[in-house]
Design a protein around this ligand. Sequence first.
Ligand code: BES
Ligand code: MN
Ligand code: MN
Length: 457
Amino acid sequence: MKEVNNYLEKNKERFVEELISLLKIPSISADSNYKNEVIKAANAVCVELEKAGADKVELCETAGFPVVYAEKIIDPKLPTVLVYGHYDVQPADPIELWDSPPFQPVIKDNKIYARGAADDKGQMYMHVKAFEFMMQTDQLPCNVKFIIEGEEEVGSVSLEGFIEENKERLKADIILISDTSMLSLENPSITTGLKGLSYMEVEVTGPNRDLHSGLYGGAVANPINVLCDMISSLKDEQNRISIPGFYDKVIDASDEERALIAKTPFSLEEYKKKLDIDEVSGEEGYSTIERTGIRPTLDVNGIWGGYIGEGAKTVLPSKAYAKISMRLVPDQSDEEISALFQKHLESIAPKSVKVKVNPHHGATPYVMPIDIPEYKAASEAMKISFDKTPVPVRAGGSIPIVALFEQVLGLKSILLGFGLDTDAIHSPNEHFGIENFMKGTETIIHFYEQYAKMKAE
Ligand code: BES
Ligand code: MN
Ligand code: MN
């Protein structure tokens, strides 16, 4: 395509300003206090898509937050790219750990700091600007449809029904998503897999009320102690998960696949330094990249109970709780894993307590083969803008709707993400490099060209 770099350079400041306005809207889907703000963000996305030249821009109501739909059909005979992204963001807390307010974006060291900067407003907005360029310069080479949702951070509950009810409208040839990371600007990569997710809440009940820990301690089971024992028994000395049947469906990586992973440009020293840790930890026999990419994991996300106020209160609590997530790989099913987890926890619970296990939303794992032409188009596009062939990397994160896109619409998703793992998504001081934003926009434009060319062949 012509004029790409020129146009992007000339309009860079405006792009950043527009993104900043979007980032000022605290569209936190998990917190009902922000309901109006989430809807405000949806409307802002509609306005931006319309301005960029999309037709049939629509705020589609659902039982939850609206889905933004838009399209530009230049010729029904040409292939169609379906762009997915999300305008909702994670809560900002702990707010006191931010160096600047999460919804008052600031630019520092050529990075935009704000909640949602990388996940996913900044990455979603690259698609709006890439589309704007192709419309402005009359170079859109195929049809495009957009669905931008507002519930990704809470499990995409309403979107599932939306895609089932809108199969015809969402007809496309490939899905394009920027909601993942790459290795670095020097080492571009394409995400070829997403983890599945089982998320459980555990409640352990001991005595019917909090007790004096001197009068009853040592004689009545302490639910916090019991919960800790149960949790620590979930992994063995090799850091393998000890839930019976947990690994049954795991497809082990082939030697070739592992050899390819071993070539991933990655510095363990740098990784540890950035996190201020002296040693990494994980399943024995696997590298860090393998642990995050191709192996299932189990983590406690939160644990509470008893007295946590100021000073000391001697109490043997009645209850203890934990939230536990398991990241899954093909062909594990979140429903099966949730059931195995529940059964196992109930079976190891001592008679001295009662254990309740409640599953939350889940996600099915996803992989993308690298020998399909769409991957090659993405790879070519990255090669043009980064001057280097990207390497495939499987991500540790999850995007629940991606597996459903495949099940319901029969479409593969290309995960062309431009964030970095160090962008602090979901954490205080989330940020997105302006260079990542610009390079990402450029790459998306090249993708359309490569993809249309490949489909025409
Ligand atoms: N964009 C992330 C997922 C992601 C980030 C994948 C980086 C790969 C690399 C997404 O918004 C997210 O946070 N997903 C959640 C799942 C959801 C059910 C809350 C996750 O992975 O925890
Ligand atoms: Mn995201
Ligand atoms: Mn997220």
